[in-house]
Design a protein around this ligand. Structure first.
Ligand code: NAD
Length: 483
């Protein structure tokens, strides 16, 4: 079993924590790593390290920081198989999907390297940039400054990727970082620590504190932490918003979702089936943007659901470490229990089950769930309204465009949606009326690094990726003078 230690950057030794937790492979329940159960003392040490490093790091040029990001990307590329294997061993994600995650994270570091260079080209040696002013009596110049020491707190469903969406723009902006990865997936992030050292990042620019909620809470409330960038559940996000309110800390929240896929009667059946399946069974439904509600036009519902039932019946969870696996176990015992509770609620509510509806096993894993589809789910059902975060799809039919939009928007979340229609113009018009941060038309779950990511309503605050992701780690200063 691997022993992971907190990381204070190149050349620095973190002090010993009081205790260690274990990371367990959800497929065979073998302990794969032990990691510090950090608390206030370890967080204080990591923040002090980041604070010390900030003095030098914020003065490096954006171009120099871009070079470090490119080095990180290249180092990840060299170790991509090892990282993908660590992701799969930690959260049961099929190896092929873990490989996509690694590629996405490499793209993200390279994208922010390029963006940092692009911005640097528009600035003078002091980082100042001209602003167009209508009043001829004045001129003004703009400077983007790093927020300072930032806390990055991540969940377990996309380790490496979620980290890159925060770490790459934070470093590009000139912030120093304390990362607190999920207690379920410390192993992939421990490889990132080695990569930061190999990339020659100055000591203390990136610090990693392992542990559970206690470590996250200590980090969020630390007075020297100027920004919290959090991805996780809405409940934890709300707690963080309360905790940071008194200090008016800069906050980005990427939270839960309950997204819809709307299939119109002119949809290409194959496109619709692929979008439905990908939207709910990718990563076993443990995706914040999972389209876990299917709204299908009543004119094609019978045919579509019959074909869906056949396809879902062919999906079997298996050992996620094999190349052919398409579904693995759920990520941890708590997540398995949560999904099982929803299956029990479905039974109590008398929902009509088209596929699955129960746990399963390949003889090794005890945390597998059959891919599950419920039909004619009432809008009052908890399964229709709440985020399950598992391979469970709830379906309803609709008659009119207005009804489909109203049903999709009747939700406390607003992260994503998919629209499938043969009429692209209509699909786009519907997309414009949906209350969600990202809409896919005739495709599913593709997140491009140049586009924004984030949600409306209880799905979050702010946006990651694209230029918005970089802005989230900067303060804007204007210097105005008489012309
Ligand atoms: P979680 O909220 O339980 O934990 C997320 C992280 O917060 C972990 O690192 C955890 O240790 C830490 N944490 C727990 N309590 C804390 C506290 N009081 N203060 C600070 N940190 C604390 O979420 P999870 O179960 O790991 O992840 C699943 C959730 O994440 C789902 O709701 C999912 O929708 C959401 N998610 C959202 C996005 C997005 O982009 N919107 C992406 C991935 C996951």
């Amino acid at each position: 079993m691997i022993r992971i230690e907190n990381y204070l950057g190149n050349n620095r030794q973190a002090s010993q924590p009081a205790g260690y937790l274990q990371s367990v492979n959800p497929y065979n329940r073998e302990a794969i790593a032990e990691f510090p159960c950090s608390g206030k003392a370890e967080v204080d040490e990591a923040v002090a390290s980041a604070e010390q490093a900030l003095v030098g790091w914020r003065q490096t040029s954006a171009t120099q920081r871009a070079d470090y990001l490119d080095r990180i990307a290249s180092a990840i590329e060299l170790r991509s198989e090892q990282i993908a294997a660590a992701i799969t061993a930690s959260c049961g994600k099929p190896l092929t999907e873990a490989g996509y995650d690694v590629l996405d994270s490499i793209d993200c570091y390279r994208y922010y390297a390029a963006l940092a260079r692009e911005l640097a080209a528009q600035q003078d040696a002091q980082g100042l940039q001209a602003v167009a002013i209508a009043d001829p009596a004045f001129s003004s110049r703009l400077r983007r400054e790093p927020v300072g020491v930032v806390a990055l707190i991540t969940p377990w469903n996309f380790p490496t990727v979620t980290t890159s969406w925060k770490l790459a723009p934070a470093l590009a902006a000139g912030c120093t970082v304390v990362l607190k990865p999920s207690e379920v997936t410390p192993l992939p992030e421990s490889i990132l620590a080695e990569i930061c050292t190999a990339a020659g990042l100055p000591a203390g620019v990136v610090n990693i504190v392992y542990g559970a909620g206690e470590a996250g809470a200590a980090l969020v409330s630390h007075p020297q932490v100027r920004k919290v960038s959090f991805t996780g559940s809405t409940a934890t996000g709300a707690r963080i918003a309360l905790e940071t309110a008194a200090e008016i800390k800069n906050l980005s929240l990427e939270l839960g979702g309950k997204s819809s896929i709307i299939v119109f009667d002119d949809a290409d059946m194959e496109v619709a089936l692929q979008a439905i399946m990908g939207g709910i069974f990718f990563n076993n439904g443990q995706i914040c943007s999972a389209t876990s509600r299917l709204l299908v036009h009543e004119g094609i519902a019978a045919e579509l659901l019959a074909q869906l039932q056949q396809r879902v019946a062919q999906l079997k969870p298996s050992n996620p470490a094999t190349a052919e696996a398409v579904l693995g176990p759920l990520a941890c015992e708590a997540q398995f229990n949560k999904v099982m509770e929803y299956l029990a609620i479905a039974e109590a509510e008398g929902l009509q089950c088209l596929n699955g509806g129960k746990a399963c096993s390949d003889g090794v894993s005890q945390w597998m769930v059959e891919p599950t589809v419920y039909v004619d789910v009432p809008v009052s059902s908890r399964l229709w309204q709440e985020e399950i975060f598992g391979p469970v799809l709830c379906c309803r039919t609709f008659a009119t465009v207005e009804e489909a939009i109203e049903r999709a928007n009747d939700c406390e979340y607003g992260l994503a949606a998919t629209v499938v229609s043969g009429d692209e113009q209509r699909a786009e018009a519907v997309a414009c009326q949906l209350e969600a941060g990202h809409i896919w038309l005739n495709c599913d779950q593709k997140v491009l690094v140049e586009t924004s990511w984030g949600g409306m309503k209880k799905s979050g605050l702010g946006r990651e990726l694209g230029p918005w992701g970089l802005s989230a780690f900067t303060e804007v200063k204007h210097i105005t003078r008489k012309s």
